[in-house]
Write a protein that binds this ligand. Structure first.
Ligand SMILES: Cc1cc2nc3c(=O)[nH]c(=O)nc-3n(C[C@H](O)[C@H](O)[C@H](O)COP(=O)(O)OP(=O)(O)OC[C@H]3O[C@@H](n4cnc5c(N)ncnc54)[C@H](O)[C@@H]3O)c2cc1C
Length: 266
């Protein structure tokens, strides 16, 4: 059995600034981390690999510094990592991202289990997992909160979709989208960090994937979605007003303020 875990390196969303003029996230303004939801996918993949005695591979598409996230993935238990990086991959929407990741998975020889997070904290579409499954022509189970059984040819899980929980079974190969309720991600140990630091991370460019994808299908060229505008909500701190004497006027003033801010209907 082979297991692939897809992780995305995302900016620290508490700190990152947006370039609203150009509709871009200015990634230089904040540090990066593994998308928090992907840590649950990683933990699930590593657990399965440990119980079945097989390999787990972490995969990311992104700039060269994505290698750091792969090393963290290895420190958290993955066997090895592969970075998909090429200038041609830049500006990808979910379609181009999924096609590129699907091409890499084909090149690996489609693993029996592919794990992805529920969504990312930057793009936040939650589309990539399902799209990869479509491009690979394999089943996809989303919102998994429990793994019930893994047999030689299939997996049984509990999927929590809005109005209920469903027990689902799928044959391998299968793509699984996991939720934060599935597990508690482990922390890397000192020893695993030092192993990860020395790990070799192969980089696959467009050329390495050329048997599985055309150059028109990747990056901005392969992306029908264009982000036209980013609007960042204004962060407003709490305002405190005090009045001792003229309470009636004060109340009218407060109600007026709340109506103006659409908290109360006029
Ligand atoms: C502010 C903003 C708005 C955007 N709006 C759109 C939009 O409306 N439509 C659109 O198509 N694109 C949009 N994008 C681009 C989108 O973020 C990227 O295409 C991205 O590569 C994939 O989409 P996502 O982050 O929404 O992933 P999701 O679909 O939310 O990710 C689900 C899972 O897929 C895996 N995954 C996702 N990306 C990667 C990766 N690069 N490498 C490895 N695994 C990965 C992870 O396991 C992740 O948890 C936007 C980006 C930004 C920053």
């Amino acid at each position: 059995m082979n297991i692939a875990i897809l992780i995305k390196q995302v900016p620290d969303m508490e700190r990152v600034k947006f370039d609203c003029e150009r509709g871009l996230v200015d990634r230089s303004t904040a540090g990066v981390e593994i998308n928090p939801f992907d840590l649950n996918a990683l933990e699930a993949g590593v657990n399965i690999a440990e119980s079945k005695g097989c390999e787990s591979v972490v995969l990311t598409m992104g700039p060269p510094r994505g290698a750091d996230s792969l090393r963290e993935g290895i420190a958290r238990g993955a066997s090895r990592g592969i970075l998909l990086s090429d200038r041609a991959f830049g500006g990808a929407d979910t379609k181009a991202t999924s096609k590129t990741l699907a091409a890499a998975l084909k090149k690996m020889g489609v693993p029996e289990i592919i794990l992805v997070g529920e969504k990312t904290v930057d793009g936040d579409t939650g589309q990539v997992g399902a799209e990869i499954a479509e491009f690979l022509g394999i089943p996809h189970i989303s919102y998994i909160e429990e793994i019930l059984n893994i047999s030689e040819n299939d997996i049984t899980v509990v999927s929590n979709i809005f109005d209920g929980k469903f027990v689902k079974k799928a044959k391998f190969p299968v793509l699984l989208t996991v939720t934060k309720d599935l597990n508690v991600p482990r922390l890397p140990s000192f020893k695993s960090k030092s192993i990860a630091r020395k790990a070799e991370i192969p980089t696959w460019s467009l050329e390495e994937l050329s048997d599985f994808i055309e150059k028109e299908e990747v990056g901005i060229k392969g992306s029908p979605t264009k982000v036209r505008k980013i609007v960042v909500p204004k962060a407003e701190s709490r305002v405190c007003k005090k009045e001792k004497d003229n309470i009636e006027n004060f109340l009218d003033e407060m109600i007026g303020d709340l109506i103006e801010k659409n908290v109360l209907e006029g």
